[in-house]
Design a protein around this ligand. Structure first.
Ligand SMILES: Nc1ncnc2c1ncn2[C@@H]1O[C@H](COP(=O)(O)OP(=O)(O)OP(=O)(O)O)[C@@H](O)[C@H]1O
Ligand SMILES: [Mg+2]
Length: 458
């Protein structure tokens, strides 16, 4: 419940009000005059100040003004035996929340207290919400210079000057979206929308109407005309995330809009012209997808006019200190809390970790550390280290773990882990394992069939 400060020179009034509010579950602090009340406010946060108006030493109005200097957000309720419109107006101007006329009933003050506290809680909540929204809309600066990030920044400035299609490649969490937003923000399209579509999240049909829109009645469930992302992003930028996941049928349509800037809504024969800059991202190797026949070569060339390759975070460990500073500042601003430092040993630990989830994973660890660190000012290495799953560095220990297992199981385990390491890239996996791509494909196919059999049999 709340911490309430009551200020009144009449002891009887003070005590009865205090016991009334204490019965409601509040923590009540009492003061006999203004200076004493200010001292209490200085000593700890007060959620609500209820003060008499006429007091010796300092009037309630003076106390209100001084108290607001100490805690600007603190709601104040004035009690007065001589309520006039004049005093009420003046009190509100000074930032009082409300006033109550003496004598009053217990229920009356209880209701007023509840209302005031609720109002103040909502106000705080709104402020937090607003800062969270502002935070989400802030253009995210692209931090770092290491591992080729400086050249990437130059490239962003250059491509921003034209409307050329950009393909941003990189492992998950390396900042592909940050780069796309930076290009948009640096371009002349910055005042027009930047819209994003995740190609992996929707089925082919849904993605088609998401991108190009549809006419009323184009298919079952299309009960309204819908404008697609290409139309809505006209004059701006469209970010196509995980472009490798787009189905072959749609690849042809996408190629056309890239080449001719024209398309039709699903179910329509009217051709529309749009001016949209496309930025596509992928964390798969598109060349490989082309080789395996899953991705159209002509579309690949059309998208790949300017490629930007983001290095994984483990190749830019020198940027980690600056990234940490940036993240900790952002969190402090967002949560309106003091900046938390991070001890040098913890920074070194983070620089040695291989970051499979890249900058996003680093960000998660930092958020978690800010919440869970018990030391008030500084994030310690011992807090973070249990969260970093460092791979076994001792090959003998690793081999001992495998001893006694069937070779077929070991083979399968190694192949799957290698596939994971290369994010499903079969050519790289096969090369690393020293086997042919076809051999790899056959093994995977067989395991899949075995798995299906088990499922059917179960
Ligand atoms: N260079 C950077 N500077 C500051 N923040 C970064 C940087 N790179 C990435 N981030 C932050 O890391 C998080 C992940 O970045 P982003 O969403 O751009 O990754 P992504 O490559 O698009 O990942 P995915 O492939 O999973 O979609 C974001 O919160 C982003 O703000
Ligand atoms: Mg992304």
């Amino acid at each position: 419940m709340a911490r309430i400060l009551i200020c009144d020179d009449q002891e009887l009034m003070r005590d009865s009000l205090a016991s009334l509010l204490a019965r409601e579950g509040h923590t009540v602090v009492a003061a006999g005059d203004g200076p004493q009340a200010l001292q209490r406010i200085g000593a700890g946060k007060v959620d609500l100040l209820i003060t008499d108006l006429k007091m010796p030493k300092m009037t309630g109005m003076e106390l209100l003004a001084e108290a607001k200097k100490l805690q600007p957000d603190m709601p104040v309720v004035l009690m007065t035996a001589f309520a006039t419109v004049q005093t009420a107006v003046e009190a509100m101007k000074l930032g009082a929340y409300d006033y109550i006329q003496k004598p009053f009933e217990g229920d009356e003050i209880k209701m007023l207290v509840d209302r005031t506290l609720e109002h103040s809680r909502l106000k705080t909540e709104n402020a937090a919400l607003k800062s969270a929204v502002q935070d989400a809309n802030q253009p995210r600066p692209l931090i770092g210079m290491a591992g080729g990030m400086d050249q990437i920044k130059q490239k962003i400035e250059l491509v921003a000057k034209s409307s050329v299609t950009v393909l941003v490649r990189g492992e998950s969490g390396t900042g592909k979206e940050v780069v796309a937003r930076a290009i948009h923000a640096a371009s002349e399209r910055r005042d027009r929308p930047l819209l994003a579509v995740n190609c992996a999240a929707l089925s082919e049909n849904l993605l088609e109407s998401e991108l190009f829109g549809h006419e009323k009645g184009a298919f079952t469930g299309a009960d309204k005309v819908r404008r697609g992302r290409f139309e809505l992003a006209d004059g701006g930028t469209l970010l196509l995330d995980e472009i490798s996941e787009i189905a072959p049928g749609l690849q042809a349509k996408l190629l056309r809009v890239l080449q001719e800037s024209s398309f039709e809504r699903v179910g329509s024969s009217t051709t529309q012209l749009v001016d949209v800059r496309v930025i596509a991202t992928t964390n798969r190797d598109l060349e490989d997808e082309v080789l395996e026949g899953r991705f159209r070569q002509d579309l690949f060339y059309r998208l790949n006019v300017v490629p930007i390759d983001l290095p994984p975070l483990r190749e830019r460990a020198d940027d980690i200190p600056e990234l940490l500073r940036h993240m900790l500042h952002r969190i402090a601003r967002r949560d309106q809390q003091a900046f938390k430092h991070i001890e040098p040993e913890a920074v070194r630990l983070l620089q040695r970790y291989p970051w499979p989830g890249n900058v996003r994973e680093l960000q998660n660890i930092v958020e978690r550390a800010v919440i869970l660190e018990t030391d008030p000012g500084v994030i310690r290495a011992e807090t973070i280290s249990p969260w970093l799953r460092l791979p076994t560095q001792n090959p003998v220990a690793a081999a001992q773990d495998l001893a006694g297992k069937p070779l077929a199981d070991i083979e399968r385990q190694v192949i799957i882990s290698t596939l994971e390491r290369f994010r499903g890239h079969r050519v790289k996996t096969a090369t690393a394992l020293g086997i042919g791509v076809r051999t790899l494909g056959m093994k995977l196919k067989k395991w899949k069939e075995d798995a299906d059999l088990v499922e059917v049999g179960a």
